[in-house]
Each structure stands twice: as C-alpha cells, then as structure tokens.
Ligand binder design. Structure first.
Ligand code: SRM
Ligand code: SF4
Length: 589
C-alpha cells in the first residue's frame, strides 16, 4: 500500500494521465522490456508483459535475466468475428506471435510470445480489422460475453448479441491514449470506437465520464446468458444479465451482481462467489442500471487491498439490500424485482446445428482453446475452411469455435476439409474430453503454480481410464483445470475443479454442477498429478453405486456432501477451508 492509503496500482493510474504514463517514450526506446509502472498501464491496452518461464532457469544459470515476452488479448464481444477478421487474426499469429491463437474462456483471443517491437504492428493491424485490445485487461469492464449460438428456435439470439456489443462499446474507456499509441492517433470506426467526446468539456470527468481518472478498483466482468442456456456461466460475472425474449427481440433483463471466482489458497478472506439476482431492467434502462452498478463499485470498491477489491466483496460486506438501495439512490427510483431463472438448455453448442435463418453452424472443439498446428493441423484446417466457405467465426465461453452461416450443401465439404487435416468431429470425443477446460498456466502465466493446458491431455487420459474401469466412460463429467487458484477456467463452477497448488500438485474441488448454478467445495488438497485418478476413483465408484436415476456426478457430490465424501474417502485430509458456496435455490431465483 502507498502513502495515500491506496494500493500502488491506484497511484500509477492516478498519475498516468489517462493510461499514458511513459508508454510513448518506452515504446519508442530500444529497451527490450517495459518498466514496472508501464506494465500496469499496458494491461488497459490489452497487453501483459510476461516472462518465458521455461527458459528462466537456464538463462539465470548464464547470468541473464528472464526472457521478456508479451501476451496480447483481443476483446471480442460475444465472440463474434467475420471471416476477414478471423483470417487477419490468423495471419498475425504467424507473423508476430508464437504461431498459435488462443480462444479464451471469455470469448477473446490471446497472442503469446509477442515481442515488444511487434506490439504496434499487432495492435494496429487488429484495429484496422475492427478488432480491439482496448480494455481487454485492466481495471475496467472487460470483454462482454454473450451466448454466441445462432440456434434455430432462438429468434432473439442475434439481437441479444447486438445488445451485448453495444453495451461493450458504450463501456469502453474514452481516453485518446489508446488511439494515439496504437492507431496513429486515428480513431477508426472500430468495435471499440467510443462515442464522440463532448468537445465543450476538457476536464477529467469529461475524458472518462464513467470511470474517472483512476478507473475501477479492479477488473469488472459482464456476461449475457440466453434464457435457459447458461453457457456463459452467468453467475460468475460481476454483472450477469439474462433477457426476456419476446418474438424477434429481447425485452426486459434480469440483472445479477457480485459473481467472481478468484481466491488464494489458505486465505479464507478470499473466495469464489456466485452472483445474486438484483433487479429487472427494461431495454431502455439497461445501460443506465449497469452504469449505476459500476458507479457504486467505482466509488465504494476497496482501493487499498486489491485482493478485496472485486465487486463481490462489496456486495458481501454491505449485503444485497444496502447495495440495491445505493443503486436505487443513484437512479432516483426503485428497482423492479428480479425474475426467477432456470437453465434447462445449457449447452456447449458443439457439432452441427440448424440456424434460425435456415443455414447451419458447426461447433468445433478446440483443446484448451489453442488453435495451433501441432498433432492435428487445426489452425491450417480452420484457415482453409474460412478461406473457402467464408463462414462467420464465433468464439465460445468454453474455448471452442463455431463456424456459422454455412449452406446446407457445403456441410459435407466442410467436414472433409477438417478431416483432411486430422481435426476430429466432436462426436469422436469422449464426453470427459469434450467438456474439459484448462487455462494457459505455464510457461507464460506469471501466476501459475502448476501446469494446466500442457497437463490437461495426461490428466484427462488418467481420469478417462478410471471412469472406463468403473463403467462410467460415457458419463458427461465436466473437468476444469487451472494452474493456480485465480480460477481462469472457472474450476469452481463446474463438477470437478482441479486447481494448481505447486509443481505437479493440485487441490480437487467437487460438488458444483454442469449448469454453473452451484460452487464446488474442496475435497482433497496437495494431490500429486499422478494420483488425481486414484483420489477421484472412490468417489466416482460411490457415484456409480449410490446415484439416483439420472443423477449427474456434481449433483451426487452435492447431495452426499463434499465434507462427508472427504471423511469417507480421504480421511487424512484436514477439514480445511471450504470455498464459499450458496445453495442453488438462492442463485436460481
Ligand atoms: Fe484470468 C489473471 C488468463 C479468464 C480470474 N488470467 C490472469 C493472467 C492475466 C495472469 C496475470 O495476471 O499475470 C492470465 C494470463 C495467462 C496467459 O499466459 O495467457 C489469465 N484469464 C486468463 C484466460 C486467458 C484463461 C483461459 O484459459 O482462457 C482468460 C482470459 C479471458 C478474457 O478473454 O478476458 C481468463 N480469469 C478468467 C476468468 C474466467 C472468466 O472471467 O469468466 C477468471 C475468474 C472469474 C473472475 O474474474 O473472478 C479469471 N485471472 C483471474 C484472476 C483472479 C481475479 C480475482 O478476482 O482474484 C487473475 C489474477 C488477478 O487478477 O490478480 C487472473
Ligand atoms: Fe494463470 Fe492462474 Fe489464470 Fe491459470 S488460473 S491462467 S495459472 S492466473
């Protein structure tokens, strides 16, 4: 904490002149890396300065510092790209990154191993294709998520995506710095182009009317679910939004607040939390209500302790009633009571599906979101299909890709092109493979305690073998693996969360559900990677023997009680801190 009583990051933001700091000078200099303060500001521009952790030890032995690299994140509202945009993104992966594109759990795209000197080319080119990196990271509203599936029978699905994109545009920071640094000062009509600033005003309030000079206390996340389908994990967002659908358009919205997953091991004051229903808003009120909620967090969120700075802690510290009263005070009116929610249609949208407009889309599984040419030539296959058939490309909250707008007559040719490059159809995957997610972790993530993406194939192979040996091979088990407890692959809102503890060691969380309405609780801790299957075997066997007809694994663990399962099957495990959980009823209505 600084002398001002605020966290150091607050001082950096305050003195940055709206995210500028010394970035212009540092970008122009030959230095291989950015200074520490600049690295904080860069996040708001969508850039993380990282180190290649694979080479750290060898370089240290040679007396050299870490190899500085950058991760660049593009924010793509609702994950919607057109063919030209996808092809541009693909080209850049080869030219200024490590040859891979990574679809993120928030429907964005990440480039890894980008050099400082290549940042301007990468970000400038993205913007020329109307893809922005502005506010992809940093203490602002991040990429706005939305169910991307253009399914037949969902007439308002495309309208919902438009609403999400518009909200995203309106919530972008308005500082000119981004355009000056990366787009030659030119404010092109992009996904991020903010509405024109009021030229009459020149003070700080006018530069950032929503955020002010120090932006938000912490990152802020918003997601729209399609009614009945919780593919976006709507309860894990700072603000979750679920519309009513009337005909071709969305009508009112149910608004939830206070979701978030990050925690630290052994720090019970940090915990995952599912969002609570706050109110309803009409379409005309949506921006105003969302802005009021953001304003409460901006003015009352914790700016001293970044571990306690997310909206979820403010909602818990105040209680929902006081929070609602403050939002109402700002709006000058009472908020309408939220509607109950249910999720009978939660889906990953993989495979072939008919669209509302009579065409087809294909949901393609992308292991850990990594579009690469390694064992299978997925990157080449996608490029060929997009070049030849010009489909839309949509990124899903589960790190997969939907190819949309395909004519009935092209379906077979698309399948053939994919098979020719070794890309398997989703039907060829076992359920446990299909539903698995992992965060990037090593070697790029500076916070990783253990492997995740690189460990996933082995972990899933082990769990698959255990499930097979118990006759549960066809059970749709949902597994999410992360390299640390921050929760980037949302391991606390699924059935089996495996969370990095240390090198090759993990904590295992159970008892959430596949619809994302319930949090997991810790079942075992400090488990060697090689023993994950052994630790899960007895509880899977109990599920097989004791489940009710049609009961899912997560629901069984919840009914049996994770504490009781731990006492039965891992009795040496200390009765440890549990993740904060809410009964499903509380989050459903
Ligand atoms: Fe995340 C930090 C990757 C979704 C919670 N996250 C990071 C960083 C930037 C590491 C860092 O701060 O140095 C990771 C970059 C790794 C790398 O090398 O690429 C990183 N997070 C990711 C992505 C790429 C994971 C993925 O597998 O796709 C996701 C990018 C989404 C995007 O496009 O914006 C990603 N991160 C999430 C989610 C899931 C979500 O938002 O739906 C969460 C949990 C939800 C939440 O925010 O509570 C999440 N990431 C965190 C946290 C913990 C935040 C907290 O409140 O404690 C951190 C650490 C931090 O902020 O201090 C973090
Ligand atoms: Fe890094 Fe942890 Fe997020 Fe994985 S969960 S990407 S290890 S911060």
């Amino acid at each position: 904490m600084s002398k001002t009583g605020r966290s150091g990051v607050e001082d950096i933001k305050a003195s940055s002149d709206h995210l500028r700091g010394s970035l212009p000078e540092e970008l122009a200099s030959d230095a291989p890396a950015f200074a520490k303060d600049s690295a904080q500001l860069l996040k708001f521009h969508g850039v993380y300065q990282q180190e290649d952790r694979d080479t750290r030890r060898a370089r240290a032995a040679e007396g050299r510092g870490g190899e500085r690299i950058c991760m660049v994140r593009a924010s793509v509202p609702g994950g919607v790209l057109d063919a030209e945009q996808y092809l541009a993104l693909d080209r850049l992966a080869g030219e200024v990154a490590d040859g891979t594109l990574r679809v993120t759990t928030r429907q964005g795209v990440q480039y890894h191993f980008t050099r400082k000197d290549d940042l301007a080319t990468l970000i400038g080119t993205l913007n020329r294709h109307l893809v922005t990196t502005l506010a992809a990271c940093g203490d602002v509203v991040r990429n706005v998520m939305c169910c991307p599936a253009p399914l037949a029978g969902r007439p308002a699905g495309e309208h919902l995506l438009d609403v999400a994109a518009e909200l995203s545009r309106n919530l972008k920071p308005k500082t000119e710095t981004y355009w000056q640094l990366w787009v030659d000062g030119e404010r092109i009509a992009s996904a991020a182009a903010p509405p024109d600033r009021d030229e009459a005003g020149s003070g700080e309030a006018e530069t950032e009317p929503l955020y002010g000079p120090t932006y938000l206390p912490r990152k802020f996340k918003i997601g729209f679910a399609y009614p009945g389908d919780n593919c976006v994990d709507v309860y894990t967002h700072d603000i979750g939004i679920v519309p009513d659908v009337a005909g071709q358009r969305v009508g009112g919205f149910t608004i939830l607040v206070g979701g978030g997953l990050g925690m630290s091991h052994n720090k019970p004051s940090t915990y995952p939390r599912l969002a609570d229903p706050l109110c309803r808003a009409t379409a005309d009120e949506l921006f105003e209500v969302v802005s009021a909620i953001i304003g409460v967090q901006r003015d009352h969120g914790d700016r001293a302790d970044r571990r306690h700075a997310r909206l979820k802690y403010l909602v818990d510290d105040w209680g929902l009633d006081r929070f609602r009263a403050e939002v109402e005070r700002r709006l000058g009116r009472r908020l309408a009571v939220p509607a109950p929610l249910a999720w009978p249609a939660t889906d990953d949208h993989l495979g072939w599906h008919g669209q509302q407009d009579g065409r087809w889309f294909l949901g393609l599984p992308v292991p850990s979101g990594r579009i690469a040419d390694d064992g299978i030539r997925l990157r080449t296959a996608l490029r060929r299909v997009v070049e030849r058939f010009r489909p839309g490309v949509r990124l899903t909250p589960r790190q997969d890709v939907l190819l949309t707008g395909i004519a009935e007559g092209d379906r077979e040719a698309v399948d053939q092109e994919l098979r020719a490059h070794g890309v398997a159809a989703v039907e060829a995957l076992r359920p446990i493979e299909r539903h698995a997610l992992a965060c990037p972790a090593m070697p790029t993530c500076g916070l990783a305690l253990a492997e995740a993406e690189r460990a996933l194939p082995g972990v899933i192979a082990d769990l698959k073998a255990v499930a097979d040996s118990l006759g549960l091979g066809d059970e749709p088990l949902h597994v999410r693996l992360t390299g640390c407890p921050n929760g980037c692959a949302r391991p606390y809102s699924t059935e089996i969360g495996i969370v990095g503890r240390g090198v090759d060691r993990y904590a295992v969380f159970l008892g959430g559900d596949a619809d994302g309405t319930r949090l997991t609780s810790r079942y075992a801790d400090q488990v060697d990677r090689a023993r994950l299957g052994d630790v899960l075997r007895p509880v899977l066997a109990a599920f097989r023997d004791e489940r009710r007809p049609g009961e899912r694994f997560g629901d069984f663990c919840d009914r049996a009680g994770v504490d009781a399962l731990r006492a039965r099957f891992v009795p040496d495990e200390p009765a440890t801190t549990r993740s904060r959980r809410q009964p499903a009823a509380a989050v459903r209505a």
